[in-house]
Design a protein around this ligand. Structure first.
Ligand SMILES: Nc1ccn([C@H]2C[C@H](O)[C@@H](COP(=O)(O)OP(=O)(O)OP(=O)(O)O)O2)c(=O)n1
Ligand SMILES: [Mn+2]
Length: 517
């Protein structure tokens, strides 16, 4: 009697998308030589589906099914190697945790581009600029290419992209303009987040790419920054460990240059470029850590010839904010422990309630999102009885100054209608030796929902949701969600609650702690 081969009971469908042909060939060979059967149709018995996808839609789309075959396990390409290694069918750690459930209900003809990490220009009411347009088009063509470039025995596997396009082409055949609503990839992750889907099997590569992002940031090269960031996202989500450049062949978002870098990292363990940081990196970082000094001014200081903080302090003409930035330089470098933020919140709330007990006070920003440490304090106040009275912010600041909590004013942005709504400054809690940055925001009760979305963040979440709004013909800011008319006029659609804004955009509401995307 001969014993059964390892894969004797395995009837597997190999989904070749996002897996190199070489790897597929090897997998097929290993599977069959150890008794397994590769099946190409779901009409016969299927025990395993082997796929690099982490999205149920894509798997079902490929199989042309509505639901998975019964008693069938969906596993990552690692399954074969790990089973061979362990001498038994190794399901644990290989079963795919899907990261994508249903399409948002309220949006019509939505086409999802999974690798869109497009960033929104700050002027969200502007039409797409050339760069954004180009990016959109390249993403569109990449996703199209990715669906047609399948060098395998399966004929024309459908995907969510081609399906959506076809559906529109047939239902709307005399309309040449396709309606494309692209949900930014990071927002998709928020919409579909599954808690255990985030193990990065290629940390050694993404670490180097993250260094390359930093390096590109010092060069100010937006294209590179975005390409490397995109590569980090794609690679960190792969369900297999990259062993050779063949493994990333045909992977959308990983072009020739990225492949070369991956190859170098695989060969040498690191990317030389990532470790040759330009000389100006150090001084620029130092300058940008001064409150009130951004990328441009830091660059200007460097060009003038400044190299140290001392140079800036003694030679540069500084604004008042920058002078305070120098004065509190070391303090501002230190993040605020959550426990201190809680004490600040309690203290400021008490002071505000001494002025008007009806006011609603809330900590926003990273604190609300649950961070253990925060860069600053974002404190929001709203009056449930309507518009806050004009002098409110001033009285609050004055009171906080008089008790010695507020140390300095910084310049604050003027609000469009002349009512000051954001106050920026520096504070220090009694008993704590470190000065902290604080923003106090007064928000009209009618705008509470929009303001809450904005000041909750994170910044990436805001970028994505504003971009989505824009693609759907709206514009979203801290005052509300507006419908854009043909002549650029804006009509308020929703602002009172987060829920109504999320509903219109077809994005599920989730608590702040899930918005760290
Ligand atoms: N360019 C910006 C700056 C801020 N915000 C929003 C999202 C942020 O979450 C919130 C608060 O801004 P902070 O700069 O205080 O950022 P966080 O509170 O998120 O992080 P930190 O801990 O660094 O303060 O305002 C934004 O949408 N776009
Ligand atoms: Mn903050």
């Amino acid at each position: 009697m001969t014993s059964k081969l390892l894969f004797h009971d395995v009837h597997a469908i190999l989904i070749p998308e996002n897996i190199s042909k070489t790897r597929i060939d090897i997998m097929r060979q290993r599977l069959t030589e150890k008794g397994g059967t590769v099946v190409t149709s779901t009409s016969t018995k299927v025990t395993h589906i082997i796929t690099a996808h982490q999205c149920l839609h894509q798997v079902l789309g490929f199989l042309k099914l509505d639901t998975l075959p019964p008693d069938c396990k969906v596993v990552s390409p690692d399954f074969i190697a790990k089973s061979i290694q362990h001498g038994c069918l190794e399901h644990s750690g290989c079963e795919v945790q899907f990261i994508e459930p249903a399409l948002p209900k309220k949006t019509e003809s939505v086409i999802r581009v999974l690798d869109s990490d497009e960033e929104l220009s700050e002027a969200e009411t502007e039409p797409l600029d050339d760069y954004e347009q180009q990016l959109m088009e390249s993403m569109w063509s990449e996703s199209q290419a990715a669906t047609t470039e399948t060098d395998n025995e399966f004929e024309n596997p459908p995907s969510i992209y081609s399906e959506a396009t076809n559906a529109e082409a047939t239902s709307n055949s005399n309309q040449t303009e396709r309606k494309k609503i692209i949900i930014p990839e990071a927002l998709l992750r928020y919409m579909n987040a599954s808690p255990n889907s985030s193990e990065n099997k290629n940390q050694h590569i993404t670490d180097e790419f993250t260094r390359l992002v930093k390096r590109a940031e010092t060069e100010g090269n937006q294209w590179r920054i975005r390409s490397y960031k995109k590569a980090v996202k794609i690679i960190s989500k792969l369900s297999f460990r990259i062993m050779s450049k063949e493994d990333v062949k045909g992977l959308k978002g990983i072009g020739k240059n990225m492949t070369l870098k991956i190859e170098e990292i695989l060969r040498t363990g690191y990317s030389l470029k990532a470790h040759t940081i330009p000389e100006k990196f150090g001084p620029l970082e130092k300058f940008k850590n001064i409150y009130g000094v951004g990328e441009k001014i830091a660059e200007k200081f460097y060009t003038i010839g400044y190299r140290t903080l001392e140079d800036v302090k003694s030679k540069a003409t500084l604004t008042r904010d920058q002078q305070l930035g120098i004065k509190y330089y070391d303090d501002f470098l230190q993040r605020i422990p959550r426990s201190e933020c809680s004490k600040i919140a309690e203290f400021v709330t008490k002071m505000v309630h001494e002025l008007d007990a009806n006011l609603i006070c809330r900590m926003m920003g990273s604190y609300l999102r649950g961070s253990e440490t925060c860069g600053d304090v974002d404190f929001m106040i709203t009056d449930p009885n309507g518009l806050p009275n004009e002098g409110l912010l001033e009285s609050i600041v004055l009171k906080l100054k008089n008790v010695g909590f507020i140390l300095e004013n910084l310049s604050s942005p003027a609000s469009e209608d002349g009512h000051e709504r954001i106050w920026r400054g520096i504070c220090k809690l009694a008993g704590v030796g470190i000065a902290r940055r604080i923003d106090i925001l007064i928000v009209p009760f009618d705008e509470l929902g929009a303001a809450t979305i904005y000041f909750t963040g994170n910044t990436e979440f805001n970028r994505c949701i504003r971009l989505l709004a824009r693609k759907m013909g709206y514009s979203l800011n801290q005052h509300g969600l507006f419908r854009k008319g043909p002549n650029g006029e804006k009509t308020l659609v929703a602002s009172k609650t987060e829920q109504e804004i999320f509903d219109i955009l077809g994005v599920p509401w989730k608590p702040a702690t899930e918005r760290n995307i």
